[in-house]
Design a protein around this ligand. Structure first.
Ligand SMILES: Nc1ncnc2c1ncn2[C@@H]1O[C@H](COP(=O)(O)OP(=O)(O)OP(=O)(O)O)[C@@H](O)[C@H]1O
Ligand SMILES: [Mg+2]
Length: 334
């Protein structure tokens, strides 16, 4: 159950007509229930809040987000989008979920935090193997905080000339102060390579140092999310600069089952033997399991039976495992 503090906060926000605060407290109650294992109630509360939020939008405008359309040189450096994906669509370990929920609720209550001289967590480093939901998390954060997602194009950022790269970083960090959003530096290892990696790192190191300085100085209201699947290449100094480092892992058996159920919710799964599915999908990423589900769904549709057979799902999962290159991690750009 919600605590007495929660109930008082709900009533106060209602009498003050503060809808943002009201929804934010309701989300906190949902987070509180989730940590106590009442996942279904938490989900229902979040859905009710989402519906209430949608109900307030003027007709014809599905989401009230500020328009962020990068122009000029910035247009080549960041891609703007407005994801509509919910945290409830992610299948993740409880620990990871509650870290993400924390970030979201701190964003919703940032005025409250600031009134106490505190700032919400907003500089995040997401670490983990390919296909486990790092990029998806950035989209979820943008969607749940009703912010645009600004995808920084690292290949356009890193040029041969250090002066140019620094100037481009400058543009991006200026944009963060001007347009509140979720700024995603994906495949961050491209600039986050360790300082001790070898000889040919002068350029990368200068870019990284420059990034760190900008990151440290930044006091905007935007969220800065860096994602990498190559933790070994990251520098200690980097970890200190982030408000939180969230680590992702491939799904365990329970999460695989949930992932398959979510992805194939339109199909009859009565034939599926979950223990075998858990074994077959060991070590696969979320993305690989999702793709295997899509393969099995295609089979089910083509066979016009409407059921995903155990056999077809296991075959799809095993063949996804067989497709993967021997290495688990992506190669890092030097
Ligand atoms: N935790 C998850 N829950 C549900 N679906 C997921 C999850 N993680 C990944 N997926 C599925 O896999 C796709 C790819 O995931 P995503 O791009 O977020 O992985 P990533 O961790 O960023 O990988 P990479 O290191 O290759 O960039 C998602 O679009 C989604 O369909
Ligand atoms: Mg990614």
């Amino acid at each position: 159950m919600a605590t007495a503090e929660h109930l008082k906060a709900l009533l106060k926000s209602h009498t003050a007509g503060d809808d943002d605060l009201f929804r934010s407290v309701a989300l906190q109650i949902a987070a509180h229930e989730a940590t106590k294992g009442n996942g279904r109630l938490a989900e229902e509360l979040r859905d009710l809040v989402a519906k209430a939020r949608r109900g307030q939008q003027p007709t014809g405008s599905p989401r009230a987000v500020p328009i962020a359309r990068p122009t000029g040189e910035l247009a080549g450096l960041v891609l703007a989008s407005y994801p509509a994906i919910r945290l409830s669509e992610m299948v993740i370990a409880d620990g990871v979920r509650s870290r993400i929920e924390d970030v979201i609720s701190q964003q919703h209550q940032r005025d409250l935090l600031r009134s106490h001289g505190l700032s919400p967590k907003r500089k995040l480093l997401l670490v983990g193997p390919a296909g486990c939901g790092k990029t998806m998390t950035a989209s979820v954060l943008a969607s749940e905080c009703q912010l645009p997602l600004l995808f920084v194009q690292l290949h356009a950022l890193i040029t041969k000339y250090m002066g140019e790269t620094a100037a481009k970083l400058h543009l991006i960090f200026d944009a963060m102060a001007e347009t509140r959003g979720v700024y995603l530096f994906d495949e961050f290892d491209a600039i986050g390579a360790t300082r001790a990696a070898g000889n040919d790192i002068g350029e990368i190191r200068r870019v990284l140092n420059s990034f760190l300085q900008f990151l440290e100085r930044d006091d905007s209201e935007s969220l800065i999310v860096a994602a990498t699947n190559f933790v070994g290449m990251l520098d200690d100094a980097l970890f200190r600069r982030f408000d939180d480092v969230i680590t992702y892992e491939p799904p365990n058996r329970t999460l695989v089952k949930r992932l398959v159920r979510n992805r194939l919710s339109a199909f009859d799964l009565g034939d599926v033997k979950w223990v075998d599915i858990g074994l077959a999908s060991r070590g696969l990423s979320h993305a690989e399991v999702v793709r295997a589900c899509d393969d099995a769904a295609r089979d089910a549709v083509m066979s016009r039976q409407g059921i995903v057979t155990h056999e077809s799902l296991v075959t799809a999962i095993k063949s996804r495992g067989g497709m993967r290159p021997s290495r688990r991690r992506k190669k890092t750009k030097e």
